[in-house]
Design a protein around this ligand. Structure first.
Ligand code: ADP
Ligand code: MG
Length: 594
């Protein structure tokens, strides 16, 4: 099966660049896409998981087809994030390094628009852009895409997830009818099919590997812990893997920042990557990560999307994402370039069913594992040290110091020296883990270790523009509670229910009865209906009108269904999460004024 790059029909200038890059043979998606795009002018939809070389699959055909004698912009590539935009630009420049007169310009938010405009004025045959900035620059007449021949939508699923639907359609409205559109995506949710239907004419479809399949050399593991032990669990996973080079995914910017800060305090080389950092900070973080000064990168999904760093040994899901697709993207950060990788998930007992949902969709089994004990960690660390010593090449520059060192240590036997030497490392871990409890949750016991649960009735519902997700976010925020502290959120037409553990009862009643939701005074009561925490974790269908959306592919039962609804709305109303947060601010503002 395996063809060569020559056989795909690429010009000599590209074969030379490919040789420089060290690519030996085309990947699956390249083998299919490159000849098809070179031979004919067609629209294309290509599905291939992350790390399969999609950039080259569209990059080479585009480069070969453009005319570098002209300065007109002939090709645009739209990608979801600044990092990807820069990554694609760099790759494209390498692919086209032997073409004279080629100019590729990256256009993205967070950097000087006038600098980018200046670069464009020199004439860029290819523009790589994030949707927002591109739309902006078209509007300001800094960029003319009315004569393009090719438009690539890269990571289309993620762009739509991020609510860029309208920006993309706006951009496409400035392109000529005659252009060809090439859509690349790791997954094919409904929104992507919709783009394909609306904006492409009988595209050639290419699928490499099964749709939605995680990378095959990635193993998936999960660890069941109590919600309050997530951080301790993470720390143990890191300590039990001394050579870890990992991305840790959190759901929110706040968690991302907090986890990174705690890791740093605890002495790890870690850093946070999320949207609240300045572009400069993000660049620094990525640079340190690529150069291995950072061992653990704690990131949000959006910030880490598509980042192409080889040799990531572990992906750790500090929390599970709402959608299976996102899990696929996360785990695709490891196991790249034929290497093995591990995707680890920290879950609470109640979240275990989500693991089974993922298993079904990615068609891979998870291994249920125990969080290592302190003793196991000490052992791992000692043998790691012993191996490091064994494999360390002797540095002869040390010779000049040896006489003094020998004098200092001369009274010790070899055994004593080894003991002392290893104790340096051992004591550190031993003291830390001494007496620390087992973090594993006893799965044979009944639900909700925290004891009693309380169900509340709240006087707002879907009429008040709420869905369960939005209500949960609101409650988390105003009550300063965590993701797992509020559960069984059921939104009815004009009222809702939710649960917390008993210890939060007073706070819930007190806080909620003192605030408003969109101008309406909240009223909260302890509900006497028995739909309480007893059912926790038992099964999905909790009623309350959420069941319908469950069936959408790729969602985690209730949660996925809900968040899908949210996202779809977000794409037309500009992000309902943002609105939810603004709603919270408003409510709080009112509260203060009263
Ligand atoms: P994707 O967009 O599918 O996630 P990328 O285009 O970012 O993947 O490519 C992932 C990595 O693989 C990059 O570092 C790229 O240089 C490298 N690569 C691409 N094609 C090949 C190939 N044929 N052989 C070896 N490495 C390749
Ligand atoms: Mg890519």
């Amino acid at each position: 099966m395996s063809t060569t790059f020559q056989a795909l029909g690429l010009d000599e200038v590209f074969l030379k660049a490919i040789a420089d890059l060290g690519f030996e043979k085309p990947s699956g998606v390249q083998e299919q896409a490159i000849p098809a795009l070179l031979e004919k002018d067609i629209d294309m939809v290509a599905l291939a998981q992350t790390g399969t070389g999609k950039t080259a699959a569209f990059g080479f055909p585009m480069l070969q087809k453009i005319n570098t004698d002209s300065k007109t912009t002939q090709g645009i590539i739209i990608a979801p994030t600044r990092e990807l935009c820069l990554q694609i630009t760099n790759e494209m420049k390498l692919y086209g390094k032997y073409i004279n007169g080629l100019n590729i310009v990256a256009v993205y938010g967070g950097a000087s628009i006038s600098d980018q405009a200046k670069q464009l004025r020199r004439g860029a045959q290819i523009v790589v852009a994030t949707p927002g900035r591109m739309k902006d620059m078209i509007g300001r007449r800094m960029l003319d895409i009315s004569k393009i021949d090719f438009c690539v939508l890269d990571e289309a699923d993620e762009m739509l997830n991020m609510g860029f639907y309208e920006d993309i359609t706006d951009i496409l409205s400035h392109t000529p009818e005659t252009k060809f559109t090439w859509l690349f995506s790791a997954t094919m949710p409904k929104e992507v099919s919709r783009i394909a239907k609306e904006f492409m004419s009988s595209p050639l479809e290419i699928t490499v590997g099964a749709k939605n399949m995680g990378a095959t050399n990635v193993s998936h593991e999960y660890y069941v812990v109590n919600a309050r032990d997530r951080y301790a669990g993470l720390k143990r996973l890191a300590d039990a893997n001394p050579d870890i080079f990992s991305v840790i995914f959190c759901r929110t910017k706040r968690d991302t920042q907090q986890v990174a800060e705690r890791l740093i305090e605890d002495g790890y080389s870690a850093a946070a990557l999320h949207g609240d950092l300045s572009q400069h900070q993000r660049d620094l973080v990525m640079h340190s990560f690529r150069s291995r000064q950072i061992q653990m990168l704690v990131a949000t999904d959006v910030a880490a999307r598509g980042i192409d760093v080889d040799d990531i040994t572990h992906v750790i899901n500090y929390q599970l994402p709402d959608e299976v697709e996102i899990y696929t993207h996360r785990s695709g950060r490891t196991g790249r370039a034929g290497k093995d990788g591990v995707s680890m998930v920290l879950v609470t007992k109640g979240e275990q069913r989500k693991i089974h949902t993922i298993e079904k969709i990615i068609q891979k089994k998870f291994i249920s594992k125990e969080v290592p004990s302190g003793k196991e960690i000490c052992e791992v660390q000692l043998f790691h040290l012993a191996n490091t010593i064994k494999n360390t090449e002797i540095n002869n520059s040390i010779d000049s110091y040896l006489p003094e060192i020998n004098t200092l240590l001369e009274s010790f036997t070899k055994e004593e020296l080894i003991k002392k030497f290893f104790s340096v490392e051992f004591t550190k871990f031993h003291n830390y883990y001494e007496g620390k409890r087992d973090l594993n949750v006893d799965l044979s016991k009944g639900p909700s270790k925290g004891g009693e649960t309380v169900r509340y009735f709240l006087n707002i519902g879907s009429r008040d523009d709420l869905d369960w997700k939005r209500l949960k976010d609101f409650l988390k925020e105003v009550l300063s509670l965590g993701q797992d502290d509020i559960y069984h959120v059921d939104v009815m037409d004009s009222f809702s229910f939710f649960n917390t553990d008993k210890p939060h009862e007073e706070k819930v009643l007190e806080t909620l009865s003192a605030i408003q939701w969109e101008g309406r005074q909240l009223s909260v009561e302890v509900s006497t209906t028995k739909a309480g925490g007893k059912q926790r974790g038992r099964k999905g269908g909790r009623g309350g009108g959420r069941g319908k959306s469950n069936r959408s592919s790729g969602g985690f039962g209730n949660q996925g269904g809900g968040s899908r609804t949210r996202k779809r709305r977000g794409s037309t109303s500009g992000g309902s999460r943002r609105e939810a947060l603004e709603g919270i601010k408003n409510t709080r503002g009112r509260r203060r004024r009263r």
